[in-house]
Every structure is written in structure tokens, then in C-alpha cells.
Design a protein. Structure first.
Length: 381
């Protein structure tokens, strides 16, 4: 690992080592097959659950390990180090489960979290629609009350874990006349309802093994007790409270990818020769790598600081947005330069740098585009 300002405990390092072994053993051998299938095996989720890799930050009474966000970042980094881009574990554990933990009733937490920790339930969060991505106020999926049920109608797209998920947090309008204040988060257990349908598993530029999908809700009836929060209309506030964590997670995976790209490219250029000399000996190569090493160090210090803030409950919207846009831009730029230093081999999918190139592009888009991040940052100026 690269030098860290974040104080990592023995436990954090153990989490990292165990996770790395898990990804290398249970995921990497299946990478090619999963890329072709566009989805990973459900069994891998159950194995991850048995290995304690799911919902690790949830309290033990809900099936988790009671770890903090620092440990979650260890899992994310181990997954990148191993080169296992398929599993959507962090979305499940560090985005979906925290909504249930933060806003769910005791009954909801008992009902869902332990089964999420074993991998029996696979989580997704469905915000984006064909007509509403950046502008979430434009969500048209509706949830109309009918006695003690909500009747959900609408369409979602680009939903991570969409083919396998059986617990989906749906962003829906419970009162279309109230804009953001009429938005609520409602949990749909797909095995329990009728009228839910999965659409295409989308063909993407990268992240081939992640099942990013369309979802359709046609008169789907769920009990009103599936609402997250004490009352309707809290959805936007809940999203605003949780999105900084999601954005920092993108920053965490971005800096880890930059460090990895730098390490493999340094090694490659020292081994590859041209004009009778290692490629590393050309000043251009050394200067490019020196620039990336410097920017990686700057990003690492900042991301470590953000992780500490999040653990202390102090990470604000703007700082998280800074981490998301700056680190994802750095990731795309640095990986592109590292690919260039591999020459033609960099364009071959059998080389890890090529996979990093295609898989990384989405980091500037999801979790809120980088343009939206700059909008958020500018609001504090
Ligand atoms: C692989 C993948 C996985 C995803 N996973 C999920 C998921 O699990 N759940 C989920 O809900 N969503 C998910 N998304 C959706 C993602 O969050 C959205 O794609 C993203 O928020 C952008 O929305 P959009 O695609 O509708 O783009 P648009 O909102 O149509 O934006 C198009 C362009 O306009 C720009 N733009 C829009 N508004 C402004 C503005 N005010 N100022 C300046 N520029 C602006 C954008 O930055 C972008 O460049 C995923 C997307 C991908 C690609």
C-alpha cells in the first residue's frame, strides 16, 4: 500500500487482507465469464456474505460486523487491487444498507439487514429514470396510497445490481404536486410483489460484469410499512444526507485505481525496452510518472481526510463533491497516460491497464455527474 495519512488499525489491515484473498479466490477466476454474461453469479454474493464481506458496517444485531467506514474503504480498495470489477458489493453494503439503517424502523432493520448481510437479499437503489438523472426532482415514478398499500408505477434505468437485486429502494413521488417535498423512498422486495419486471441488462463501455439494468413497475403493490422514514416526503432530504458517502466512495476507488495504475506502469516501463533502453529511462516517461505520483499523493491525503470526516459524521456535501469530481478526473487522466506508456499493449484487454481505462470512465458520470458536483461546490462560494 502507498503511504497513508489515515491511521489504519490492525483490524483495518486484516479486513483488507481477507477481502483481497476473497476477491482473488472467488471472483478473479470468473472475471471473463462474468464479463461475457454481464452479471456475476448469485452464489458469489452468498459466499461474500459467509465471509463477512457484506454489510460489514452494520451493527452486529443486524448481522453486520459493527465496523466503521474506514473498514468499508478497505473492502473497496481490496476489490480494485484484485481487479474484480464485477461485484456490486459496495453499493449494496455502503449505499443501500445505510439508508435502511439510518431511516428504517426497528422492524424494517430486523427484517432486511440480516438477510442483506448473508447475501440472501441483494440491494439496489433506483433513482434514475429515462427522463430524469441529474434532475432528480423530475422523477415520474409514482407511489399512490391505496388503503395500507402503495401502488407504484414507473420506469427506472441504469440501476446497478438490477438483474439480481431483490430489495430495491425506489425513489418515487408520493405527492406529485409537491416537487422535492413530495418524494419518498419506498422499499420493494421483488420476490413479494407482482407487476415488477426487469428490462434489458444494458451493454456498457466498461464494467461489463456489473448488471446495470432497466426496471419496470406496473401497479406494484407494497405495504405502506415499506416507506423509509416516519412520514412521506422525506426522500429528497434522505438522498442529500446519504449521497456524500456515495460520492466519497467514488473518490476512494478513484485514488486506489490511480495508485495501482502508477505501480503497474512503473513496473511495465522498467521491463519494456525500446531503442535498447528501458522505456522508463526516457525523460518523458519519468516525468509523466512523476506527475501522476505527485497528483496521487495529493489526492490520497485529501481522500484520507474525507474518510476521517465521514467516520466522525462531519463530511459535508461540498467536500464530498470535491472528492468525487477531482479524484475521478484524475483517475481518467492518469489511467489514460499510463495506457499510453504501455504502447499497443495498453490497448489490449488482456492488460490490466486496458480494463482500468474502460471501467473508469463511468466514475465521472454516476453518483451525480462531475458537472453537478461543480454546481454543488459553487453554492458554497
Ligand atoms: C454504470 C452506471 C451505473 C449507475 N448506477 C445507478 C444506480 O445504481 N442507481 C441510480 O439511480 N442511477 C444509477 N446510474 C445513473 C447515474 O447516476 C446517472 O446516469 C447520472 O446521474 C446522470 O444522469 P443522466 O444519465 O440522466 O444524464 P443527464 O442528467 O441527462 O445529463 C446529461 C449531461 O448534461 C449535464 N448536465 C445536466 N444538468 C446539468 C446542469 N444543471 N449543469 C451543467 N450540466 C448539466 C450532465 O453533467 C451530463 O453531462 C448509473 C449510471 C451508470 C452509467
Amino acid at each position: 500500500m502507498f503511504e497513508r495519512t489515515l491511521k489504519l488499525s490492525e483490524e483495518d489491515r486484516m479486513v483488507y487482507d481477507n477481502a483481497l484473498k476473497f476477491f482473488e479466490r472467488e471472483c478473479v477466476p470468473h472475471n471473463e465469464r462474468w464479463d461475457e454474461a454481464g452479471v456475476i453469479d448469485r452464489e458469489a454474493w452468498e459466499k461474500a456474505g459467509a465471509a463477512g464481506l457484506l454489510c460489514a458496517t452494520m451493527p452486529e444485531e443486524y448481522g453486520g460486523s459493527g465496523l466503521n467506514f474506514r473498514a468499508s474503504t478497505m473492502l473497496m480498495e481490496a476489490q480494485i487491487e484484485a481487479g474484480a470489477s464485477g461485484p456490486g458489493f459496495s453499493l449494496h453494503s455502503d449505499i443501500v444498507a445505510p439508508y435502511i439503517h439510518a431511516y428504517g424502523s426497528e422492524e424494517q432493520k430486523q427484517r432486511w439487514l440480516p438477510r442483506m448481510a448473508t447475501g440472501e437479499l441483494i440491494g439496489a437503489i433506483a433513482m434514475t429514470e429515462p427522463g430524469a438523472g441529474s434532475d432528480l426532482q423530475g422523477v415520474r415514478t409514482s407511489a399512490k396510497k391505496d388503503g395500507n398499500h402503495y401502488v407504484i408505477n414507473g420506469q427506472k434505468t441504469f440501476i446497478t445490481n438490477g438483474q439480481l437485486a431483490n430489495l430495491i429502494i425506489v425513489v418515487a413521488k408520493t405527492d406529485p404536486t409537491k416537487g422535492a417535498h413530495g418524494t419518498s423512498l419506498i422499499v420493494v422486495e421483488t420476490d413479494e410483489v407482482e407487476g415488477f419486471r426487469r428490462g434489458r441488462n444494458l451493454d456498457k463501455v466498461g464494467m461489463a460484469a456489473q448488471d446495470t439494468s432497466e426496471l419496470f413497475f406496473d401497479e406494484v403493490r407494497v405495504p405502506t410499512s415499506n416507506l423509509l422514514g416516519h412520514e412521506e416526503g422525506q426522500g429528497f432530504i434522505q438522498l442529500m444526507q446519504q449521497l456524500p458517502s456515495e460520492r466519497l466512495q467514488i473518490g476512494v476507488t478513484a485514488i486506489k485505481t490511480v495508485e495501482l495504475a502508477l505501480a503497474i506502469t512503473t513496473k511495465y516501463t522498467k521491463e519494456r525496452t525500446a531503442f535498447g533502453k528501458p522505456v522508463f529511462s526516457f525523460q518523458n516517461t519519468r516525468f509523466k510518472l512523476a506527475e501522476i505520483a505527485t497528483e496521487a499523493r495529493i489526492a490520497r491525503v485529501f481522500v484520507d481526510h474525507c474518510i476521517e470526516l465521514l467516520v466522525e459524521g462531519k463530511l459535508d456535501v461540498q467536500t464530498a463533491a470535491m472528492a468525487k469530481w477531482w479524484c475521478s478526473e484524475l483517475q481518467c487522466k492518469a489511467v489514460d497516460e499510463c495506457l499510453q506508456l504501455h504502447g499497443g499493449y495498453g490497448f489490449m484487454m488482456e492488460y490490466p491497464i486496458a480494463k482500468m481505462f474502460v471501467n473508469g470512465r463511468v466514475q465521472k458520470i454516476y453518483g451525480g455527474t462531475n458537472e453537478i458536483m461543480k454546481e454543488l461546490i459553487s453554492r458554497m462560494l
